[in-house]
Design a protein. Structure first.
Length: 255
């Protein structure tokens, strides 16, 4: 598997005018992408995508010039922020090869990014091929089919994001833990957020001291002397004290 060297930003270079001659290629350049979440999914690992591309080239007697990998990169990033994509497109143009991917989502999950990649490859007579769907941008209506795939991926992503956001808000309103950090004064029992009485006592004491005019530093010292310990670390720091004092009604957040 070829490593990806630093490549000039190919998407900043004006593409050549498209030739009217039919596209003929004798080689391919592979592109592999996995996001952090997808690395654990069966069938979408770097190894499996690499194997599919290698087999595709071997079965057709095509020269495989290289496989470029964007590991942990979102399909919504602009092309210039995906170094392996930039390198794969550059090598395909330089060698007059097709760029091959496992499926359309490897190229992009955002219409603008996908269209930009498709446009520069098409204008340089380099087909974009999806092994899984059998798409070839040089075939009749091939570019249109790729466009529809990118549009569908973007719409699906947006719908999933809206649904997920709504579910998270609802669960949070029901006192459920939805992941991430837990506010001081609250504990997690399974998926339920429950009051942490010991921490709530610390919050109330800190608020009392602040109302009496004590500084954040002196509040931290007093809390330690009274055995009110921070959740993390051995001593209280001023920003930590300010945060828990700003926690007006921790109990209400769990209701």
């Amino acid at each position: 598997m070829k490593t990806t060297p630093k490549t000039p930003h190919v998407f900043a270079v004006p593409p050549r005018r498209r030739s009217r001659k039919p596209t003929m290629v004798g080689g391919v350049v592979g592109y592999v992408r996995v996001s952090t979440r997808e690395q654990a999914r069966t069938g979408y690992s770097i190894e499996s995508q690499t194997a599919d591309i290698t087999k595709y080239a071997a079965d057709r007697g095509l020269t495989l010039y290289g496989i470029h990998v964007d590991a942990g990169k979102s399909g919504e990033l602009p092309p210039h922020r995906a170094p392996a994509l930039n390198a794969a497109v550059s090598q395909a143009i330089q060698t007059g090869s097709a760029m091959v991917v496992r499926d359309p989502a490897r190229v992009a999950r955002q219409l603008g990014r996908g269209q930009q990649v498709l446009d520069i490859l098409t204008r340089n007579n380099c087909p974009l091929i999806s092994i899984e769907l059998g798409l070839d941008s040089s075939a009749p209506c091939g570019s249109s089919m790729w466009f529809m795939c990118f549009w569908t991926a973007e719409q699906t992503r947006e719908a999933t994001r809206r649904n997920t956001s709504g579910v998270v808000r609802f669960l949070h309103s029901q006192g459920k833990w939805t992941g991430g950090s837990v506010a001081y004064g609250v504990s997690v029992d399974g998926r339920n957020r429950i009051p942490n009485q010991q921490e709530l006592a610390t919050v109330r004491r800190a608020q009392e001291l602040r109302k009496s005019g004590a500084s954040l530093r002196s509040i931290g010292q007093t809390l330690l002397s009274e055995n009110h310990k921070p959740r993390i670390g051995a001593k209280w720091h001023a920003p930590m004290i300010a945060r828990i004092i700003a926690t007006e009604t921790p109990l209400e957040k769990t209701k």
